[in-house]
Design a binder for this molecule. Structure first.
Ligand code: SF4
Length: 324
């Protein structure tokens, strides 16, 4: 399957997963995780039927990393593989599949945008790898795949942003930066550190956010409606509100504020040519991205591996498994 429809299979489906992210992946006590847990050990909050017993209060319980994490549908795919049962081999396959699924998500966006001519063949290759021999899969060179995919994403980014005059802020250190109302349309923010940056009302349309670290970034009223390569994990890690426009393939995080205080975003909306008082469109999104890419979950202590912006960085957390 190609196109936007294929993105559906790249969404986490916890109901059809053996709780892999809550068992296979390690985490370290930090601002994102309340406790240490080695890879392969069941989280103490995982119930016998593979539900999270604290799903409704992950953030309050010190497991923000879990609320942020996205497996890109790898959990249910690996759970459904023939010949694998929960154990070291399945966990190793899951860790690799999760990274490859993130690349599939990015390629699916590139294909949907219409500039990624090589995206369909790469998607087919990766899918064949994921479906293939488990021993081959667990030993795959993910960095090599990331480099191949990175070339395609780079081409797409250039083609989409060409002529927009966007700023080159690739890998810029913008931690805590005051970017309120900033015109960042068409900017390259690949791999940029935007932790806790004030991006209220910022225009991020067609900005390339591949691997940008958006933890605690303030996106209230910002326009990411057609930002490039932004993922669910990235928006989950940020703050936002009902006036934040996100790509229509993404889900608005439940913890975002329902609405901005009256008039708060007017200035930036007017600067973008929007009528006074009209809210920015609220939608779900078109995104792909991530931090670390090494199959591990990382805390807020900055242990996440940066990969140079050629591929996704991931890693701010893990999915809150549903209790419903
Ligand atoms: S979502 Fe997090 S806290 Fe809940 S069971 Fe999984 S690893 Fe544990």
């Amino acid at each position: 399957m190609t196109g936007r429809g294929s993105a559906e299979r790249l969404r986490a489906d916890c109901a059809n997963c053996a709780g892999l992210c809550c068992v296979a992946l390690p985490f370290t006590a930090s601002a994102d995780f309340a406790v240490d847990k080695p890879g392969g050990k069941r989280c103490g909050n995982l119930t016998t039927d593979n539900r999270c017993s604290i799903h409704a209060r992950l953030r309050e319980s010190g497991f923000t990393g879990c609320a942020v994490f996205d497996c890109f549908g790898a959990g249910q795919r690996v759970t459904g593989r023939d010949g694998l049962t929960p154990g070291p081999e399945m966990f190793a396959v899951f860790r690799v599949t999760r990274q490859l699924h993130e690349l599939l998500w990015l390629l699916t966006e590139a294909e949907a945008i219409g500039h990624g001519e090589e995206a369909p063949s790469l998607i087919a290759e990766i899918d064949a790898l994921v479906e293939g021999d488990a021993e081959v899969l667990r030993n795959v060179d993910v960095d090599a795949w990331r480099a191949r995919v990175g070339v395609v994403l780079e081409q797409v980014s250039h083609q989409v942003r060409d002529g927009l005059g966007g700023r080159d802020l690739r890998r810029a250190d913008l931690m805590g930066a005051r970017l309120r109302g900033e015109r960042l349309r068409g900017a390259s923010l690949r791999g940029a550190l935007l932790i806790a940056a004030d991006l209220r009302g910022a225009d991020l349309r067609r900005a390339d956010l591949l691997g940008a670290d958006l933890r605690d970034a303030d996106l209230r009223g910002a326009d990411l409606s057609d930002s490039l390569f932004v993922t669910q994990a990235q928006v989950n890690a940020a703050r936002g509100d009902a006036a934040t426009a996100v790509p229509d393939t993404l889900t608005r995080p439940a913890h975002w504020l329902p609405s901005p205080p009256p008039g708060q975003h007017e200035a930036s909306q007017q600067a973008r040519g929007m009528p006074r008082g009209k809210a920015t469109p609220v939608g779900g999104g078109t995104g792909v991205g991530g931090r670390s890419g090494n199959g591990q979950r990382t805390g807020r202590g900055g242990r996440g591996k940066r990969n140079g912006g050629t591929g996704p960085r991931n890693g701010t957390g893990r999915p809150g498994r549903r209790t419903e």
